[in-house]
Design a protein around this ligand. Structure first.
Ligand SMILES: Nc1ncnc2c1ncn2[C@@H]1O[C@H](COP(=O)(O)OP(=O)(O)O)[C@@H](O)[C@H]1O
Ligand SMILES: [Mg+2]
Length: 283
């Protein structure tokens, strides 16, 4: 059966996730237009683009964000929207949304200069976590144990001097068990969840954490859906940690990978993503 809509997939490379999405689309008779984020250009006038909805799968935050703004400008709905990518893809803006929505989240202080970063780290106290505001896979994050270590890490960031390193996102270190929680939300529904176990304090699947399916109780489902809605809703993977005070949401991912979730749960996430894209195309 054909879903009768034309899907644009804005992507960088075909990872296992994109492969599954493309295969599932083919199986459903959905016409797919692949849009290469490294080659595409954006005219102010709408180009000839035979699609009803765009799915963002770019690995680049800025490319995904600008591109979704252009597609909206052309009158083409996108999954996720540029607003959602802007908020959730930037940890600073994401934390503001979580806080505004009253969702428990680790104590966080943002600093805009290296000098202020040291003050923020002292304010949070040690150990503290320092993250680039935009990034994933646990990359370029540091657990900082002392003022001395803080000074050394900041010195490196100053020497490397890229925009990535000029905003400092400082967070309390949450003494979680050797795992965190990933809850995958589509629209108003939790489609699947898992624990990610690791001996590394960064429990990202991309760093080799082991995934274990998890059937979240109603309270966790509600919390994850609230976090997704705080970003504006769509297809969002909510990351949570078990803090001594209870669950805290530390980030919401707007362009999530789902290979390990799918492997741990046996769920067909790609198919659920297409269901949602079809729904957005019909709106
Ligand atoms: N404040 C923290 N305290 C303890 N562990 C943390 C903290 N923040 C992140 N982590 C660990 O690091 C991982 C990656 O952090 P996250 O904020 O999700 O960044 P990324 O976008 O790179 O995934 C988390 O899944 C968690 O295991
Ligand atoms: Mg994460």
């Amino acid at each position: 059966m054909s879903d009768g809509f034309r899907l644009g997939v804005f992507l960088t490379i075909v990872r296992p996730e994109e492969k599954q999405i493309l295969q599932a689309a083919e199986a459903r008779g959905i016409t797919v237009e692949r849009l290469d984020d490294e080659r595409m250009t954006f005219d102010l006038e709408r180009p000839e683009l035979p699609v009803d909805v765009i799915l963002n799968r770019s690995v680049s935050h800025s490319r995904g964000l600008y591109a979704m703004r252009f597609f909206a400008h052309y009158g083409i709905p996108t999954v996720n929207t540029a607003d959602v990518i802007e908020r959730a893809g930037d940890k600073v803006l994401g934390s503001l949304r979580l806080r505004e929505a009253g969702i428990p989240t680790p104590r966080t202080i943002v600093a805009l200069t290296p000098e202020a970063a040291l003050i923020a780290l002292d304010q949070i106290g040690y150990p503290a976590v320092l993250k680039p505001p935009i990034g994933s896979w646990g990359r370029l994050m540091a657990r900082v144990h002392s003022r001395e270590e803080a000074e050394q890490i900041i010195e490196h960031k100053v020497a490397l001097a890229s925009p990535q390193h000029s905003v400092f996102y400082v967070q309390e270190y949450v003494p979680k068990p050797d795992r965190d929680l990933r809850v995958f939300v589509i629209g108003r529904t939790v489609v699947g969840a898992m624990y990610r176990h690791s001996s590394d304090w960064r429990t990202n699947a991309a760093r080799g954490a082991e995934s274990e399916a998890f059937d979240p109780p109603e309270s966790v489902r509600t919390l994850a859906i609230r976090a997704a809605e705080a970003m504006g809703g769509g297809i969002l993977a909510v990351d949570l940690m078990e803090a001594p005070s209870g669950l805290v949401v530390h980030e919401v991912n707007p362009t999530p990978e789902f290979k390990s979730l799918q492997a741990a749960t046996g769920l067909d996430i790609a198919d659920r993503i297409l269901d949602y894209a079809a729904e957005v195309a019909r709106r």
